[in-house]
Design a protein around this ligand. Sequence first.
Ligand SMILES: *Cc1c(COP(=O)(O)O)cnc(C)c1O
Length: 337
Amino acid sequence: MHHLDLQRYPRMFLGGTHTPLEYLPRLTKLLGGPSLFIKREDCSRLATGGNKTRKLEFLLGDAQRQGADTIVTSGATQSNHARQTAAAAAKMGFQCTVVLEARVPSMDPQYSASGNALLDKVLGASIVSVPSGADMPALVADVAQRLRDAGRSPYVIPVGGSNVIGTLGFVECAAEILAQTAELQVPADHLVVASGSAGTHAGLIVGLDALGSSCTVSGISVGAPSSVQAEKVGHLAAAVCRELELPAGDIPARVRVDDEFIGPGYGLPTPAVREAIDLVARHEGILLDPVYTGKSMAALIHYVRSGRYAKHENVIFVHTGGSAALFGYELFLGQPQ
Ligand SMILES: *Cc1c(COP(=O)(O)O)cnc(C)c1O
């Protein structure tokens, strides 16, 4: 067991930590398998919540240390990361520019008008909209250069906030989960989490490994094939281990990615996503989202039904947020099923 020293990193408190860990009695009973719990990262205290808040605590701490006055980041039109970044910037007195790629071929007029796209405007971010397939790193670098030319000091946050600094937030989340399960006296056997830009997945693995937990982590890919996603998670986790001076020997074996629930592509939901959203809403009163947690919950439901877990085990679903995006999917969710 290792000591995690995160105190030495500058940080801004955005309400990302101490999210609840709750039992899901009605979903557990309905599925008839292991005991199901949920880690409520959707309840971070930043403009409808989500998993980017923990990352932003460290990223904005770094931005402040560097003397930045403007935050620049990027994502898809319905990016939860862009919306949480806009909120964090507003709370901490930074200006914010978000570069949004129309990556998802949606027929829904709400997709580009409502949900996170609307909240970005409400939160006062400057929005740069670009077409699908645009060279995002180049465009972001362009925006940053133009800000510098105008006398500002930009701080660029990568897609999803998933660099070493942002990922520290989820190393800490792993410690929080272990403390909460210890208090409830339910050992954490398995985590299921959506895996996108990879920081959430990588940070959880590093934290669990460092703290000596044998809890497995199933990362449910929301876009990339398993091999590509596993490499991304593994690289980031290894870099975080180097930063924290932790042994990384067991990391490769702990990286598990499942790409079976992506469906037609990133941001494009499937019938299993619809079922997951409806079941969790109607049995637990909890809102999932169509892009990430709908897919990771569809995976969890499938795992339970196919007998992957023993009945005495405890499975924790990491709810990474995203319910604001529901409002961009009226065509998909608004019809009776
Ligand atoms: C960004 C995001 C994820 C994925 O987390 P990564 O750290 O990017 O892998 C999962 N769920 C929601 C709701 C998100 O916004």
